[in-house]
Ligand binder design. Sequence first.
Ligand code: PAF
Length: 299
Amino acid sequence: MRIVRSKDELRAALAPARRSGERIGLVPTMGALHGGHLSLLRAARERCDVVVMSLFVNPAQFRAGEDLAAYPRDEGRDAELAEGSGVDLLYAPTVGEVYPPGFATAVEVGGDLVGVLDGDPARRGAEHFRGVTTIVAKLLNAVGPDVAFFGHKDAQQAAVVSRMVRDLDFPVEVAVMPTVREPDGLAMSTRNAYLGDADRRRAVALSRALAAIERAVAAGTTSTPAALAAGRSELEAAGIEPEYLEARDAEDLTPADAFDGRPVLVAVAARLGAARLIDNVIIGGSKEEDAHEHPSTGA
Ligand code: PAF
């Protein structure tokens, strides 16, 4: 595995593969790799000839007061895991390489997709997604991948990135892979590392809440408030007051009036001690909705 730090080195390293028409896969990460990232790398390895992983803790997607300074950084460990997962090229630029002096451009998806759930101004805000779409657009331009892989745990991020790719005609397929969970159901996340023992035990209530909602719908509940109430009781039993527990159309994130068979994203966010955790599940539609692909031309 080769490590490159500049766009020029990156482009030069990828030129032979591009000339010979090899399929290039990109897995964008902020490092601190866990099982969720490794599953994205495995998918990229299976589906692409050349696998590029980017490693960049992107300051533009952290709000003041968020965990930018505390975000775990261990490039040596990440590089070892990436190499063990079959990554060919690790792109680990500096902040100065990504945002040179005078950097003044942003890529922003408009509309409701970025103003709800995590994008609500009282939570991470639309600026968070502007930071994400700006860095992802830059990475897509720098790498020029055929496929870019994202995790479904960050379902809103995946929806926002897919919309940007579609709207701006990026010639890339966005592959959204299923959430990877700990044996007790907790969604894998870098921020799980911030959980103390007691909060780690309570954290399982998030996936339990989603499972309770799934069960309620499977048992015939179609009313959104009634189904969400089943999830709320799981959270309450663990003493968790969620930032949100909402049901929204899985594609455009408008509020879901009912569980009527169409794919509904049920998303939850909660603070437990120093950790802010998110999780979600898709209810309705085909089961493949949990791991789907957005061709650049499609929705
Ligand atoms: O999901 C993440 O780790 C980040 O938001 C991403 C996509 C690497 C952009 O910085």
